[in-house]
Design a protein around this ligand. Structure first.
Ligand code: HEM
Length: 273
């Protein structure tokens, strides 16, 4: 006997009512994939990027809200949001397993269709870096043809980063930590901040909230580094040391990016402890 969900009380008619697909805008979402070749694997490539961008959208929302809570000194909701961001990164990390099923032979069947487009031009990825505090103004140039996106990145670089607000919490707790001199530059290690963090880590019971906050940031960076590592390994597996579609040296460039540190004070303090 097959089950009739109507008997279970399921609504079966949506004339004039909002359905699942209406609410989620599925018509638009599911017709936004436009392969430019006949290659079987191009759809995988497109969906992998699109889903990554959707998760990045959520990560940015959570990071922005966490930053606001931190600025207000309301840390507990921020902890939850930052945990969610780390889980999103974990989700993105697992996603590489799907892309890894694509071989160099398969990628080369549609590679010409991409022309010069590349994840290097992902404005959301840059925004995540900018919010976290890795602000390299040279990365805005690929968005010059889209003033709205370039302006959004510039506006972000002019406001305190997530970590700047965290430094504000150290100050509020009585630590003598100066604001960073230039907001539109990557975080540089700071001796006073490192000394403050060392004190927090030597006595977690006394500074539990700051201690937890620091660990949330380290967690985020930990997952972020794994994303970069998984990306570069997948890229090497698929294109070897060929140049990237975005024009960089490819794997050599991405390996250099592995050394970029988001929160240097928090990593350096570990050696100092
Ligand atoms: C076949 C799969 C992929 C290949 C061969 C590949 C290749 C590359 C290469 C060579 C670069 C360096 C820039 C360039 O010259 O193009 C790059 C950058 C980048 N890719 Fe991918 N990629 C792949 C998949 C993905 C996916 C699924 C994402 C998810 C959104 C992604 C996001 C990025 C980002 C954000 C950058 C910029 C990294 C940075 O500047 O630090 N890539 N990719």
């Amino acid at each position: 006997m097959s089950i009739d969900p109507a008997q279970e009380g399921a609504r079966m008619s949506f004339d004039g009512r909002m359905s699942y697909g209406d609410y989620l805008g599925l018509d638009r979402l599911l017709t936004a994939q436009h392969p430019l070749s006949d290659a079987h694997d191009e759809m995988l490539f497109i969906i992998q990027h699109q889903t990554s961008e959707l998760w990045m959208k959520l990560a940015l929302l959570e990071m922005g809200a966490a930053r606001e809570r931190i600025a207000e000194g309301d840390l507990r909701p921020a902890f939850k949001m930052l945990t969610r961001v780390a889980r999103i990164m974990e989700q993105l990390n697992s996603a590489w397993d799907v892309l890894r099923t694509m071989t160099p032979s398969e990628y080369s069947t549609f590679r010409p269709a991409l022309a010069e487009s590349s994840g290097f031009q992902s404005h959301q990825y840059r925004m995540i870096e900018f919010v976290a505090g890795n602000r390299n103004m040279a990365m805005i140039a690929p968005h010059a043809h889209r003033p709205d996106l370039a302006d959004a990145l510039r506006a972000e670089a002019a406001r305190p980063s997530l970590y700047d607000e965290v430094l504000g919490r150290l100050r509020a707790a009585g630590f003598d930590v100066a604001a960073r001199p230039a907001l539109d530059a990557p975080h540089a290690p700071d001796a006073a901040a490192r000394a403050a963090w060392a004190e927090v880590y030597r006595d977690p019971g006394r500074y539990w909230e700051l201690y937890e906050l620091a660990e949330k940031l380290v967690d985020f960076e930990d997952y972020f580094r794994r994303w970069r590592f998984n990306h570069v390994t997948t890229v090497e597996r698929i294109i070897g040391f060929k140049r990237g579609s975005g024009g960089t040296s490819g794997v050599t460039y991405l390996r250099r990016m592995l050394d970029v540190v988001l929160f240097p004070d928090l990593w350096e303090l570990r050696t100092a402890l």
